[in-house]
Design a binder for this molecule. Structure first.
Ligand code: PMP
Length: 400
């Protein structure tokens, strides 16, 4: 029966409903600011968004979007290859290429379409795609569509990558290696210096998905590749507008002129309507702000460090170093659901992540900070976790 395979999900839904918990698709009834909303009838601090620079509510981005909707209408009603390339799309592509100091850029309707489309198109049957095992679903989807041989290497493990490149022999030069800048679930960063050194040794091409690191890492906010000083060795950088740029859409930039030809072969670019002009306009404004206000990035990192050290002091099971994504990993599903619920009741909205969306068998409480959070808000998040520890909902290591 077609529907049998969904039974596990129906059971999980029933378990949540019995507890009156709605962690997935909780309805935001009102957005009050970049960091506060009314969710499921409750005023909450938003501690589970990807609004790293807090720009989703920036008045300059809002007014750019308003102006664009007046000038260009609500949607393009067509694909980039047909009637859907407006001057705004073209201009944003030029601006993104300029931001990265390369000549070629493509914008997509979503970040998912960007990474999936690039992975699906750059390699094909007979070639190899080498993925970090914790790659985002869009990367896996693209790899599957590509028809290339899919090989996974251990998360953030250059030695394992080297072993697999070695085994490929001559085929390594026809291989696309795909990693992320900051990984979305645990907030850790790819070791790009080691990975680019391997690329130098074995050949191949490297695509970095900077979805969570653009606007977050690097002196100019260009991401993990900038922070690692290896930008000139990256073949393709993909990313999204839906995180630090606060809108929706995706992109890929490259120094390779071939990107202009590849553009006409990417199905998730050709066969879908282009981004609405208001999204493009607010993204353009956000990209300007990202460049002209480096203080936002500093504020983001101050907040990240404040949350990290607060949760670390409580002895919570979090990652090894500060990041705008600070994730508490629990191995018990019921406990994770209870914690999520208790956080909501205390007015803190975080992401509950369950397998297979979490990279291991763990259940995650994913907390993320924004430059727009005040220190009072960060302290409220920490104090709420302290309450969960006191109530025995999270068991911490004895010696911290
Ligand atoms: N790549 C990564 C690493 C992501 O985390 C995401 C979104 N969570 C995407 C791509 C897709 O981006 P979008 O939501 O803009 O489609």
């Amino acid at each position: 029966m077609l529907f049998e395979k969904f039974e596990y999900m129906a059971e999980f839904q029933a378990e949540l409903a019995a507890q009156d918990v709605v962690p997935f698709g909780a309805i935001t009834e009102k957005i009050l600011s970049a960091t506060e909303a009314v969710v499921s009838g409750r005023k909450v601090i938003l501690a589970g968004t990807n609004n790293y620079l807090g720009l989703s509510f920036d008045p300059r981005c809002i007014s750019a979007a308003r102006e664009a909707v007046g000038n260009w209408g609500t949607g393009t009603t067509g694909s980039r290859l047909a009637n859907g390339t407006f001057m705004e799309h073209h201009t944003l592509e030029r601006e993104l290429a300029g931001f990265y100091g390369v000549n070629h850029a493509i914008i997509f309707t979503t970040g998912f379409a960007a990474t999936m489309g690039m992975c699906a198109t750059l390699v094909g049957p007979g070639e190899v795609i080498l993925l970090d095992a914790d790659s985002h679903a869009s990367i896996y989807a693209g790899a599957q569509l590509s028809g290339a041989e899919i090989i996974r290497f251990k998360h953030n493990d250059p030695e394992d990558l080297a072993k697999r490149l070695r085994r490929l022999g001559e085929r390594s030069s026809q291989t696309l290696i795909v990693v992320e800048g900051i990984y979305s679930m645990l907030g850790d960063t790819a070791p790009l210096q080691e990975i680019t050194a391997l690329k130098r040794e074995y050949g191949g091409f490297l695509l970095v998905d900077e979805a969570h690191s653009m606007g977050v890492l690097g002196t100019h906010g260009r991401g993990a590749a900038e922070a690692a000083g290896v930008e000139s060795e990256i073949d393709f950088i993909a990313g999204t507008f839906s995180k630090s740029l606060g809108s929706t859409g995706g992109y890929c930039v490259s120094r390779h002129p071939e990107l202009e030809t590849i553009r006409y072969c990417i199905r998730s670019y050709i066969f879908t309507a282009s981004s609405s002009p208001m999204m493009v306009a607010s993204t353009r404004k956000a990209l300007q702000i990202l460049q002209s206000e480096p203080g936002l990035r500093r504020q983001l990192w101050d907040n990240a460090e404040r949350l990290y050290s607060g949760l670390q002091a409580l002895g919570l099971p979090i990652g090894p170093s500060p990041s705008p994504v600070v994730t508490v990993s629990l191995d018990d599903r019921a406990r994770a659901i209870n914690c999520w619920n208790a956080l909501m009741e205390a007015g803190i909205y975080v992401n509950l992540v369950v397998p297979p969306a979490s990279p291991s068998t763990n259940f995650l409480l994913r907390n993320s900070v924004s430059a727009a959070h005040s220190s009072t808000q960060i302290d409220a998040i920490i104090a709420t976790y302290a309450g969960l520890v006191d109530a025995g909902l999270i068991v911490v290591k004895q010696d911290g």
